[in-house]
Ligand binder design. Structure first.
Ligand SMILES: NC(=O)c1ccc[n+]([C@@H]2O[C@H](COP(=O)([O-])OP(=O)(O)OC[C@H]3O[C@@H](n4cnc5c(N)ncnc54)[C@H](O)[C@@H]3O)[C@@H](O)[C@H]2O)c1
Length: 244
C-alpha cells in the first residue's frame, strides 16, 4: 500500500523538473495523477496511473478544463499541486507590462484561479490538499527577479489565506520554497560549471538540489503524515538560506 493509495491529484508543470519527479513519485505511491503542462511539452510517462493533459495554465479556460479532466478521469480530486512556474531576468526599471504580466499570470494568477476551481471538490474529499511551489525567492532577492520574487511571495500569502479559509473543511494549503535545484529552469545557468559550483557551495550540504528532493517534500505534504500541517511555507533548499 502506497502513501497516496486511493488519492487523486493534479500536478501542473509535470513535463519537467520538480513536477515530473512529483508525478512519478506520487504515482509510485499509488496516486492517480493528472500531469499537466504546456502544449508541445514532453508528457510521456511509463506509469499507468499517470494521465496527461496539454494545457497552458494561464489561459482563461484552463482551470475548468483541468479540474474537469481530473474529475472525468478519477471521479474526485484530493490533491492540487500547483507547481508550474516561469522566470525572467529584467531589472525593474526596464521591465515592461508584458514581462511582468507573463510571470504573474503563470506563477500567481493561475495558482489562484486553479485553486478556486478545485476548492469545491477538495472540500468533498476527506483529504483535501493544496500544495504550491513557491521559492526561496519569496523571501530572498536577486537582480532582475522583481516579477519572480513578487509572484513567489504572493504564492506564500495566498497559501496562508487559503489555509485559513479552508481549514474548517479539513483542507490544508502549504507551499514549498525550493533553493537551487537542477531542472529545466536552471539548466542554462548550471551548464556553466563555475555557476553550478557557486550555488552548490552556498548550501551547507555542498550540492545542488535535485527534483526528487523537492518532490519528496510535496509527497509529505500530500500524505497523511502532514494531516496537521497547514499554512506553512517549507524551504527545501539544502540550507541555502541559513547565511545572509
Ligand atoms: N529550479 C529551481 O532552482 C527552482 C527554485 C525555486 C523554485 N522553483 C519553482 O519550481 C517550479 C517548477 O520548476 P522547475 O524548476 O521544475 O522548472 P522546469 O522548467 O523544469 O519545469 C517547469 C514546468 O512548468 C511548465 N510551465 C511553465 N509555464 C506553464 C504554463 N503556462 N502552463 C503549463 N505549464 C507551464 C514548463 O513547461 C515546465 O515543464 C516552478 O514554480 C519554479 O518557479 C524552481
Amino acid at each position: 500500500m502506497g502513501r497516496l493509495t486511493g488519492k487523486s491529484t493534479i500536478i501542473t508543470g509535470a513535463a519537467s523538473g520538480i513536477g515530473r519527479a512529483a508525478a512519478e513519485l506520487f504515482a509510485a505511491e499509488g496516486c492517480d495523477v493528472l500531469a499537466v503542462d504546456r502544449p508541445g511539452s514532453d508528457l510521456t510517462f511509463s506509469h499507468a496511473q499517470i494521465r496527461v493533459m496539454e494545457q497552458d495554465i494561464a489561459q482563461d479556460e484552463a482551470p475548468a478544463n483541468i479540474v474537469g479532466a481530473a474529475l472525468a478521469a478519477f471521479g474526485k480530486l484530493d490533491v492540487l499541486y500547483n507547481n508550474a512556474g516561469v522566470s525572467n531576468s529584467t531589472l525593474a526599471a526596464q521591465m515592461d507590462d508584458a514581462q511582468w504580466d507573463w510571470v504573474m499570470s503563470i506563477n500567481l494568477r493561475a495558482v489562484f484561479r486553479l485553486s478556486r476551481e478545485a476548492i469545491p471538490h477538495l472540500v468533498k474529499s476527506d483529504h483535501g490538499r493544496i500544495i504550491s511551489t513557491s521559492s526561496v525567492m519569496a523571501q530572498g532577492t536577486d537582480y532582475g527577479l522583481a516579477a519572480y520574487c513578487a509572484s513567489k511571495s504572493g504564492v506564500v500569502g495566498l497559501t496562508r489565506n487559503l489555509a485559513l479559509e479552508l481549514g474548517k473543511f479539513g483542507v490544508t494549503a502549504n507551499a514549498i520554497m525550493p533553493g537551487a535545484i537542477a531542472t529545466g529552469m536552471t539548466r542554462a545557468s548550471f551548464a556553466n560549471e563555475d555557476i553550478a559550483a557557486i550555488w552548490a557551495k552556498k548550501s551547507p550540504l555542498r550540492r545542488l538540489g535535485q527534483p526528487i528532493d523537492v518532490a519528496r517534500v510535496a509527497l509529505f505534504l500530500a500524505s497523511d503524515d502532514a494531516d496537521f500541517v497547514t499554512g506553512q511555507a517549507i524551504a527545501a533548499d539544502g540550507g541555502l538560506t541559513l547565511r545572509v
